[in-house]
Design a protein around this ligand. Structure first.
Ligand SMILES: [Zn+2]
Length: 235
């Protein structure tokens, strides 16, 4: 009886660790099983990359004007479906010379999905991105940062780079007045910052963006695209 209980306990522990490991693994910002993943860059230069996920939406114009005001180039991870819905907004981003990345077609979580599904999600979106006139390298960012085996395998096989991030104020606080502090505390040369101003119905997230642009500029940082940041990698 005693050995039976011990065995059961061990099995439960192993199962728990497996589930916990899978969960950690799926959400890891700095690790995936296959292929290249970047969440920040090693550099001595005072540069950071601003990245925007989702959209494009009608907020695009406001975001672009702010980036223009601070003479900043950023990286936009766009959703295929949304490019179809607002192709003009996507074109505006390209015309301003920003980097565009692929954030899948539907923004569904790319875990426990077939390889055909993953391929379609990514390649349909690539096509839509190319239709905007963008002709640069198309990096990839998984929806909600989630990936397990199928997605990294596809990305690796197709020689695609996964771009994660090192600072995400939205995951620390919902309070717009506290987001700048999160960025200031964590920013260092080579940081990749993730913001979500595309679906903001208020002006709060646009305000946060302006605060970040102003504060980091004042601290002597310049803002570059993810591709430019990676060229400064000293590792
Ligand atoms: Zn997203």
């Amino acid at each position: 009886m005693k050995t039976y209980i011990t065995r059961m306990m061990t099995m439960i522990m192993v199962l728990f660790l497996l589930l916990y490991g899978t969960y950690k693994w799926m959400n890891a910002r700095t690790f995936q099983v296959f292929g290249n993943l970047t969440s920040e860059v090693n550099t001595d230069k005072k540069v950071v990359a601003l990245t925007f996920d989702d959209g494009p939406t009608e907020n695009t114009g406001k975001i672009l004007s702010l980036l223009d005001k601070y003479k900043v180039k950023a990286t936009f991870f766009l959703i295929g479906e949304e490019i179809e819905r607002s192709p003009e907004e996507a074109k505006k981003i390209v015309e301003k010379g920003h980097q565009i990345g692929n954030h899948t077609y539907t923004h569904n979580r790319m875990i426990f999905k077939s390889s055909t599904y993953i391929k379609k999600e990514i390649e349909n979106t690539d096509e839509l991105i190319k239709e905007t006139g963008y002709d640069g390298e198309i990096d990839f960012r998984p929806p909600n940062g989630k990936k397990l085996i199928g997605l990294p395998y596809y990305l690796h096989k197709n020689d695609r780079e996964t771009i994660m991030w090192s600072i995400e104020p939205d995951s620390v606080t919902n309070d717009p007045s506290k987001k700048l502090a999160v960025v200031k505390e964590n920013a260092k040369p080579g940081s990749i910052i993730l913001l979500h101003p595309m679906y903001d119905k208020s002006v709060d997230e646009i305000q946060v963006l302006e605060e970040i642009l102003a504060a980091l500029t004042k601290e002597g940082y310049s803002f570059v695209t993810v591709n430019e940041l990676q060229k400064l990698n000293t590792k």
